[in-house]
Ligand binder design. Structure first.
Ligand code: PEP
Ligand code: MG
Length: 915
């Protein structure tokens, strides 16, 4: 005789209530049997397990189901609902029918029940097992999802023979499988094995077939209930494993487990060893970047933000919360721990819901694996043993997980070592609410070169003022952390690969050159190198101060092309910084930053004050505010968007506004009020300008203008702000002529334009190198855009390309009117433009457009005579120096140059009576 674990799922979504709290003595005092109750948040009762419907109440308010272990469950919707005589219920099954877990059994009208019944709380009672001890798997008071494991219990079983299932009888089944996932048995498939055991209500164990490998300690068999035990098996690709299940559906469970382990995709393996650390902030995980080959002691990454610094390497970690060492009384500490674990589980469940709603499968699975870990009986037992020896709940949890973390980190399996990060995350998550003092965030980072796999924008902001440089193992050049690093002029390399996380140095040198795509992290620079770096830094300081001194002067190139250099900002505070840096205006205020990191959208008054403050900071220079650009990589916690398989191609930017008019119109009102009574700028356009993101065609822009006119009329505002369109969608570049007729200005968002033109996600590190604005295809789109807009309205560039020395020079030569860059780059970009011979570089455009890819264009630009880009040598007036005459190859790109005069022709009648 042995025992087996059984599980029951939740038959509906709702708040879990202990049976003892059900206000009906028949249920509450356990007269009907042990059980639990749910206060429903839905209107359908589902089967909590596979089984047979054995009874349906005539009045449809209660159903009894016999599960495959012969346990009979009464599912009772609400209290005293028999009195409704069937009103408000719709039975979907009948007695004798076989059902599977999750099948709908009965629909009910919750509103009607709420009015007529004593309560909606619905008992779930085991009617033929008074002696059975049920264990609730969900903390009372928290929300359980339909189908989530709700109860478990143990039953004694007699040994049964292997083979096919026989409902109602205990079965065992076994089989062998070969691990096919490239990452071995990692946390996600382990979590799925556990789910298989729960769904089939079986006890599932895995044993390495043929014992341990030579030199490895035997870790015996592992129960699928314990993630850490499963991972301890250390199963790698090609290993054979024996799977054993015990329970009524043993055979089905074994088959499911074999299918899972033998199908890499089923095991959640993208063919890669994916890290499992959850990304706070909910951003999508990018695949890991492959490290670029470098010399020994030198790591190479992509140049996200230029600079040269020397400092110690410090790995980014958030300090653990302070918890008391000793506990008051073990019983209380156990309760405290249970509550903290349940809270952590509830917050992970919420995060999972959000991730799922946004179609982020990877992230959903990560949270699911973390939840499985929280429920790991081995970890819980270890923590409870610590409590028994006198430790507080927080300390006990710390110690239990710390042992596991150390074991993972010190083993020779890099896969398992990577899982230590996940456990560290869970360690912190549970300890947080038990902390006596707030955790000091990150320590020892002042003046350091910070290393991390990746950072969220909020983590970046927290550390940015203290560190000397930043190196990320993952990340892309146009990811928001890269943009933020450039904005602050903080040297930053991304996509260095996982080797970065092992790197250690007291004095490393981070060298990121502005005109190179790659930069290096030298782990052990010698004395002569350090001396050279010092000398170079002194020279840079002298040059920067000369550039700053000229930053307020107007800019024209050596051959007389006048350009504006504006600033990209995220707040009015940065507008002040931009004004102090000599910006000719704000070319892009990313208004969505105002909406992030909050529980609700900012009010009209808050927004108005922020926009007005930005305008005031710029002292009469133009300020372009981009209307809310939410969706894809920019998400708001209070605006869950419907799940879509490809968020970058889904509802985002202007497409979202028709479905969220409140959000959009409040912003319009705030901007109209902020711009009320402001004078016109020198170029004849209003000071405050609105820019529409993700425009695909002119109809969208017209729709926004109609809404703007209507809101302005309502508010009694006569002069409209200027209205422009971002060119981020390839069709917008191709249709620039029609857009320019409707728009007061255009601004090319090269970050998105490049990603959409090349179909390469800007957040994916492994594509970052090829996701290059200098790809001839992207340049052709830009050339066509300039040609379409020529003579109609000015064209700016506000994507990261504007601040890239090679791309910025080429864009200026192609004829854009403005480059909008991070405030920290303004002085340097102005200085570079003054050194540029635009005509000479423009004459090279046809030959550049004829090249094969971005790398070739970058190389060709880098090889151009310095006189064009960056020197004091004279260039002939006709700009013919070195022209190689390949212009016929781009016959369809007629000029590609020349909306420089557009600003003069672009005056619009910005009144509400505009026709
Ligand atoms: C762009 O796409 O180039 C742009 C400026 O917008 P964002 O980077 O905010 O998407
Ligand atoms: Mg964009």
């Amino acid at each position: 005789m042995s025992s087996t674990l059984r599980f029951l799922g939740a038959p509906m979504r709702g708040v879990v209530v202990p049976l003892s709290e059900v206000p009906d003595p028949v249920f509450g005092e356990g007269v009907m049997g042990p059980g639990i109750a749910i206060d429903p948040l839905g209107e359908t009762l589902h089967a909590p397990c596979n089984g047979e419907v054995i009874q349906c109440a005539r009045t449809a308010h209660a159903i009894t189901l016999r599960d495959d272990g012969n346990h009979e469950w009464l599912l009772h919707i609400g209290l005293d609902t028999v009195d409704l005589g069937g009103e408000g219920f719709e039975l979907l099954v009948s007695a004798g029918e076989r059902v599977s877990a999750g099948d709908p059994l009965c629909r009910f009208d919750a509103d009607r029940l709420a009015q007529r019944a004593t309560a909606l709380v619905s008992p779930i009672v085991l009617t033929n097992g008074a002696e059975i001890q049920l264990e609730a798997l969900v903390t009372p008071g928290t929300v359980v999802e339909m189908g989530e494991a709700l109860l478990r219990w143990q039953v004694a079983v007699e040994a049964a023979s292997a083979g096919h299932d026989e409902p109602g009888r205990e079965q065992t089944a076994h089989d062998e499988a070969t691990i096919t996932s490239a990452s071995g048995l990692h946390a996600r498939p382990a979590a799925r094995l556990r789910a298989i055991a729960q769904t089939h209500a079986v006890e599932l164990t895995l044993t390495r077939a043929g014992g341990s490998r030579v030199g490895e300690p035997s870790v015996g068999e592992a129960s699928a209930a314990s993630l850490s035990a499963l991972l301890n098996l250390g199963l790698a690709r090609g290993d054979r494993v024996r799977i054993m299940a015990r329970g009524a559906s043993a055979q089905a469970a074994v088959e499911a487990a074999v299918a899972l382990l033998e199908t890499p995709e089923a095991a959640g393996d993208g063919g890669q060893n994916e890290p499992l650390q959850a990304r706070p902030g909910g951003q999508q995980r990018a695949p890991q970047a492959a490290a670029i080959e470098s010399a020994p002691g030198v790591l190479t990454g992509l140049a996200a933000s230029a600079g040269l610094v020397v400092g110690p390497l410090v790995r980014y970690t958030v300090a653990l919360p302070h918890v008391p060492d000793k506990g008051e009384n073990p019983e209380r500490e156990r309760q405290v721990l249970s509550q903290a674990v349940a809270d952590a589980d509830a917050s992970l469940a919420r995060a999972m819901e959000v991730a799922r709603a946004r179609g982020r499968e990877d992230e959903t699975e990560i949270f699911e694996a973390h939840r499985a870990w929280l429920d790991d009986p081995d970890l819980r037992a270890a923590a409870e043993a610590e409590i028994a020896s006198g430790h507080s709940a927080g300390r006990a949890w710390f110690l239990a997980l710390e042992r596991e973390i150390q074991r993972l980190q010190t083993g020779d399996n890099p896969l398992l070592a990577a899982r230590a990060d996940d456990l560290r995350d869970l360690q912190r998550r549970v300890m947080q609410p038990l902390a006596t003092e707030a955790a000091t965030t990150v320590s020892g980072i002042d003046g350091a070169i910070l290393t991390a796999r990746e950072l969220t924008p909020s983590q970046f902001v927290e550390v940015a003022d203290r560190i000397a440089g930043l190196c990320l193992a993952a990340g892309g050049l146009t990811s928001h952390v890269s943009i933020l690093a450039r904005a602050r002029g903080l040297p930053c390399l991304v996509a260095l690969g996982e080797a970065l996380l092992e790197a250690d140095s007291d004095k490393a040198c981070l060298d990121v050159r502005r005109d190179r795509h790659h930069g290096v992290l030298e782990l052990a620079p010698d004395e002569s190198r350090l001396a050279a770096v010092d000398a170079e830094l002194a020279g840079q300081r002298r040059q920067a101060s000369a550039e700053r001194a000229a930053a307020f002067d107007p800019v024209s190139t050596r051959d007389g092309r006048c350009l504006h250099v504006a600033a990209n900002i995220a707040s009015s505070m940065e507008a002040r910084e931009a004004a102090g840096a000599g910006a000719d205006g704000v070319g892009l205020m990313r208004s969505e930053f105002l909406f992030l990191k909050r529980q609700a959208a900012p009010t009209l008054a808050e927004q108005q004050a922020e926009y007005r403050a930005a305008v005031e900071a710029m002292g009469g220079k133009p300020v372009v505010v981009r209307l809310l650009d939410i969706g894809a990589d920019k998400q708001l916690p209070y605006l869950p968007l419907s799940a879509t398989p490809n968020p970058a191609l889904g509802e985002r930017g202007v497409r979202l506004w028709q479905t969220h008019p409140d959000l959009f119109e409040t912003q319009l009102d705030a901007l109209l009020e902020a711009g009320r009574g402001l004078p016109l700028c020198e170029d004849g356009l209003p000071t405050l300008r609105l820019m529409v993101p993700m425009v695909a065609d002119v109809g969208e822009l017209r729709w926004v203008r109609e809404r703007l006119v209507s809101r302005a009329t309502e508010l009694g505002i006569e002069r409209l702000p200027a209205l422009g369109a971002m060119i981020e969608v390839p069709t917008a570049a191709l249709c620039a002529a029609s857009l320019a007729r409707e728009a007061d200005f255009l601004s090319i968002g090269t970050n998105d334009l490049t990603q959409y033109a090349l179909a390469m996600d800007r957040e994916v590190a492994s594509l970052a190198l090829r996701n290059d604005v200098l790809h001839p295809g992207v340049l052709r789109l830009i050339a066509l855009c300039l040609e379409g807009a020529a003579g109609q309205c000015p064209v700016a560039v506000c994507g990261a390309a504007a601040g890239d020395p090679l791309a910025g020079a080429l864009l200026a030569a192609m004829g854009v009117d403005e480059l909008s860059v991070e405030p920290g780059r303004i002085a340097a970009v102005k200085a570079a433009l003054r050194r540029l011979h635009a005509g000479a570089l423009a004459s090279r455009l046809p030959s550049l457009l004829a090249l094969e890819d971005g790398a070739a264009v970058r190389q060709a630009l880098g090889d151009l005579p310095k006189a064009m880009l960056d020197a004091d040598d004279d260039v002939p007036d006709d700009g013919t120096q070195g022209i190689d005459g390949v212009s016929s190859s781009v016959g369809e790109v007629k000029s590609g140059i020349g909306s420089a005069t557009a600003r003069d022709n672009a005056t619009r009648d910005n009144t509400t009576t505009r026709d």
